[in-house]
Design a protein. Structure first.
Length: 266
């Protein structure tokens, strides 16, 4: 949870900082400054530095460190005012504090689980193999002309049947971003496109265009399939990190589902 500005509730910020300190371990903390009898220690300051600057605290310049210390001092000044004690009794603020506190703890538990349940090589390879098995066997090279109405698409198809050049028609008529390039979509696997478009491309032969307009949520398409080739899946090494993250995300989701099931009777 990133503390993005100084406008949040001072009580909330104080609780977040205290919770961060507790998780980081007070044994390693040294007092940096005391504000109205409350210590600001090095662990709290480091965590706040990192959250505000979006970089490791050790990389903060002396000027940045001084500015952040002034900022956190202001937070503690506000949070230690007599009015803060009164405001703590507000149900609304108490609810915000509770949510912030529980959110921090939940993130810490999630991070701890992920750190202790990294994807194994076997799990990464199994996930990769399953994805490759599900991937399309072919890639296609195609162009399209996107227009707003079925009637306009039919008019363009009739022009193509009469020998009109697909590229020039696309440049002159297509409302899609590929229009200036003659409707060129390059190479793509069918699952990269929306279902009606992909189905039409798969059914075509190389060098043929659709003789009926294809409707998608974007409008009406006239499609030319220029070529096809065998789909070459990426190597494991090129996608290892992505697959690793997918495996770990699934494992965490399964862990969360198990917690939900165990708590379903409460």
């Amino acid at each position: 949870m990133i503390l993005s500005n100084r406008s949040r509730s001072s009580g909330t910020l104080a609780v977040i900082l205290a919770a961060t300190l507790a998780m980081a371990g007070v044994a390693n903390a040294e007092t940096v400054k005391t504000v109205n009898g409350v210590e600001i220690d090095s662990v709290v300051l480091s965590n706040y530095l990192q959250s505000r600057l979006q970089k490791p605290a050790a990389q903060a310049t002396p000027d940045e460190r001084a500015a952040i210390l002034d900022e956190i001092t202001d937070i503690y000044l506000l949070a230690t005012q007599p009015k803060a004690k009164e405001l703590e009794k507000s149900p609304e603020l108490a609810a915000q504090l509770e949510l912030q506190y529980r959110g921090l703890l939940a993130q810490a538990v999630a991070a701890d689980y992920m750190a202790g349940n990294e994807a194994t090589e076997d799990e990464i390879f199994e996930e990769y193999s399953e994805q490759i098995a599900r991937s399309p066997s072919e890639q296609f090279k195609a162009r399209h002309i996107l227009v707003e109405t079925q009637a306009k698409a039919m008019e363009l198809i009739e022009q193509l049947k009469s020998g009109a050049d697909f590229v020039e028609l696309a440049k002159a008529n297509s409302t899609g971003p590929s229009g200036p390039n003659g409707g060129d979509l390059g190479w793509f696997p069918p699952d990269q496109m929306v279902a009606p478009f992909s189905a039409a491309v798969v059914e075509l032969e190389n060098g043929k265009f659709t003789e009926e307009p294809v409707q998608t949520q974007f409008g009406w398409h006239v499609i030319l399939r220029e070529d096809s080739r065998e789909n070459e899946p990426p190597t494991l090494e090129s996608v290892r990190q992505v697959v690793k993250q997918q495996v770990e995300a699934r494992k965490f989701q399964e862990y969360l589902e198990s917690l939900r099931s165990a708590n379903s009777g409460d």
